[in-house]
Design a protein around this ligand. Structure first.
Ligand SMILES: CC(C)(COP(=O)(O)OP(=O)(O)OC[C@H]1O[C@@H](n2cnc3c(N)ncnc32)[C@H](O)[C@@H]1OP(=O)(O)O)[C@@H](O)C(=O)NCCC(=O)NCCS
Length: 144
């Protein structure tokens, strides 16, 4: 089941999945987590939070209309490859379309590119390096 969730339950998953469990939970906050309009989604399997993603109202480059940055997209290891991330992001796309948002963008790890392409995202940058996390691209999907 997909739910809007507070930030706190997402922090341990951000840490384990995206930061190799090396940070304190405090260090797993993004500066933009406190922005007006931020929301977090979680996919629950029973009582267990399996997948998370955060959406920050944030324009990118020259794109017009309302843009959201997708951050902290993560599925815990045992639930990967089952379509859960795809469902969560599809939910967000439909929800944000209803909110009259125009596009979603993200800095995506190279190894997750196909996951985003499956959802209609396209690459809009050259490859760039993020310290510790490796090669990334900026991805964009127009939602209306
Ligand atoms: C990237 C990530 C969030 C994807 O989450 P997920 O829940 O495994 O995503 P899905 O299961 O929807 O899709 C993953 C793969 O499973 C496949 N899949 C298997 N069964 C599926 C189903 N029933 N429906 C849709 N896709 C399915 C998809 O084709 C996809 O393969 P691909 O990426 O090679 O195209 C997850 O792998 C993850 O947390 N990785 C580590 C952290 C990370 O890299 N995060 C992204 C940072 S940019």
């Amino acid at each position: 089941m997909i739910k809007f969730i507070p930030l706190e339950p997402a922090l341990p998953i951000r840490n384990v999945v995206l930061r190799e469990g090396k940070l304190s939970l405090d260090e797993c906050h993004f500066p933009s987590d406190t922005m007006e309009g931020v929301f977090h989604l979680g996919y629950y399997v029973g009582d267990e939070l399996a997948c998370i993603a955060s959406f920050h109202p944030q324009p990118y480059g020259e794109f017009t209309g309302t843009g959201y940055q997708l951050r902290g997209m993560a599925t815990i290891e045992k639930y990967r490859g089952q379509g859960i991330g795809n469902q969560l992001l599809n939910f967000a796309i439909v929800y944000l379309r209803g909110q009259k948002a125009n596009y979603i963008w993200c800095n995506a790890r190279k190894k997750a590119l196909q996951f985003y392409k499956n959802l209609g995202f396209e690459v809009i940058s050259d490859e760039f390096e993020v310290p510790v996390n490796g090669p990334h691209y900026v991805l964009y999907v127009k939602i209306q």
